[in-house]
Design a binder for this molecule. Sequence first.
Ligand SMILES: Cc1cc2nc3c(=O)[nH]c(=O)nc-3n(C[C@H](O)[C@H](O)[C@H](O)COP(=O)(O)OP(=O)(O)OC[C@H]3O[C@@H](n4cnc5c(N)ncnc54)[C@H](O)[C@@H]3O)c2cc1C
Length: 549
Amino acid sequence: MTKDLVAIIGGGPVGMGLALNLAALGTRSVLINTQPRPRWHPKGSTQNSRTMEHYRRLGIVDKIRGLGLPLDLKTDVVYYTSLNGWELARLPMPSERQKLEARRAAPATDQVVEPIFRCNQMHAEAALFDHVRTSGLIDTRYGWECVAWSEQADGVTVEIEEVETGRRETIRAAFVAGCDGGHGCVRRQLGIEYQGEAPTITPYQGGPMVSSYLRAPDLHAVAGDRCWQYWVVNHKVRSNIVAVDGKTEFLFNTRLERPDQTPDQAMIAEAFRASVGRDIDVEFISHGTWTAGQAFVAERFGAGRAWMAGDAVHLFTPAGGFGMNTGVDDAANLGWKLAGMVQGWGGPRLLESYEIERRPIAFRNTGAAKALSRNIGQTPVGPEIDHDSQGGMQARREAEAYLSGGSAEFSSLGVQLGARYNSSPVIVSDGSPPADDLVNYRPSSTPGGRAPHLWIGDGRDIGGSIFDRFGKGFTVLRLGPRPPAVDGLMAAFAARGVPVSAVDVPSSLARDLYERDIAVIRPDQHVAWRGNQQPHDARSVVARMVGDD
Ligand SMILES: Cc1cc2nc3c(=O)[nH]c(=O)nc-3n(C[C@H](O)[C@H](O)[C@H](O)COP(=O)(O)OP(=O)(O)OC[C@H]3O[C@@H](n4cnc5c(N)ncnc54)[C@H](O)[C@@H]3O)c2cc1C
C-alpha cells in the first residue's frame, strides 16, 4: 500500500484542482482520466471570483487570466428578438481590462481579490492540464479508465485500464477521490443517490438541451455589437450564444424536444438561423447534450476511504455559472483534509467535516442556480414581439421588464464568496454569523466564513493581498500594531505535526476588519478560530480544528 498517495478518479477541472490542492501541501496523487487529454468542447464560461482566488493561492491565476476573451471585449449580456432584430434588454458589464483597472483603484478593504473571469472551461482545463503535468507530486494517467476499486482496512485498491491498449495496472493508495462527474463509478459503487429537483420542463433552461460549438465570423457584426452573451427569444426559438474567443467562435445553446433526441445538425442550423435572423456562414465544430433545470445533491459525499467532489456530488443547471465553481471550492476543502489524513495530523472527524461543510453549500448553490434559470424560459413572448407596430412595442416592453431583472444571475458575489461552515465540528464558533445573502458578500471574521480580505500596500499584483501572505497550511494571523503572543498556539500546531505559519499584519485597518487580535486561517482560507489572546487550551483548540472528537 502506498500510504502517502491519493487516487483521484476523474481529471476534469475538479479532479485537477484536487490534485493541485494536495500537491500544495506536499501530498502525492495519481490522477486517472478516461480521455487522453482535456475536453475540446466548450462548457462553462465563468471562472468565478472564488475559483480565481483558489487559482491565485495555487500560483496559476496569471496563467488563467492570459486565456479567454480579448481584454477589451465588453462582457455585456444582451437579449434580442433575433440578432438582426430588436434589442430587448441589456445587462452592461465591464471588460476584463476594466475589471482589473477597477481592482487597481479599489480601496484596501475591497473584497474582490480576483474579479470574476469569463473564460471557457475548455481553455482553463487545458491550462490546468499543462500545469498538473509539471508537478512532481501528480502522476497523470490520462487515457486510463478506472474499471474497479475496492476499500480495505488500510487503504484502497484501484484497477485501471489504458483505453488504447487494454493494458491493466493496480494502484494501491490511502484514499480514493471520485471527481468522476455525474455518472461516476465512485458514487455508484458506494450506493449513494442524488436527491433533489428533477428538471422542470420549460421552453428554455428546463429539460434536454444541445450545446453546439461553432464558428461564425459575421455573428458579432450582425448583432451590431461585440458582447459576451447574446440571448434570443422569439416565437421560433429561445437560445443563448456565448462568445468563446471573442472573434469567430461561439457556443450556441438551444432546447431539444425530447431527452432521447439525437442532435440533428439541420435542426440546430435552423434554430441558429432563427436566432441570428438571417443566413450567415456557420461551421459547426461539435455538439454536446446536457440537461438544464436540475438541482441534484448526493445523499452523502463519501464514506470511509472514498470521498467525492464536483459533479459527482452535485448537478446544477448552468444559470449563474456555479456548477464547476462549486466543485473547485469542494476540492479546496477536501484537499487539505485528505492531506491531513495522509500526513497523519488529521483527526477521526476531519473527513466527515467535509460533508458537513460542503453538502449544505451544494444545496444552497444548486437552489440559487435553479431560481435564476427560470428567467429566460419564462420570458413573455407576445405574438407581435418582432413586429414594427404598437403591439410589437408593447410585447417588447413586457419582455424587457422581465429580462432586465436578470442581473443577479451575473453578479452573485454572495454565492461566490459567502459560503460559510457555521455548524462544522472543525470550526470553533464564537458568535452570530452574518445572514446568508446570495447577492452581496459581507466580510466577517466570525469563524466559519472566508477570511476577510485586505490589500496590504498599494499594489494589486501577487504579493499585495493579505491572502498572498497566508501559508500553504494553517496561518496564525497576528493583527494590528500590538498583537499578543501566539507561541502556545504555534507550539500546539507543531506538537500535532500540522503545517502552520505565523503572519504579522500590523495595520490597524486589518485589526478593525478582523475585530480580533488573532485569527486562525485554514488552508482553504476559512477562519477556524479567532480571539484577542491565544487560547489557554491551545492543544484542544488545534485538535478540534483538525478533526478530533
Ligand atoms: C452548457 C454548460 C454550461 C456550463 N456552464 C458553467 C459555468 O458557466 N460555470 C460553471 O461553474 N459550471 C458550468 N457548467 C458545469 C460544469 O461544466 C461542470 O460542473 C464541471 O465540468 C464539473 O467538473 P467535474 O470535474 O466535477 O466533472 P467533469 O467535468 O464531468 O469531469 C469528470 C471527468 O472524469 C472522467 N471519468 C469519469 N469516470 C471515469 C473513470 N471511471 N475513470 C477515469 N476517468 C473517469 C470523465 O471522463 C471526465 O473527464 C456548465 C455545464 C454545461 C453543460
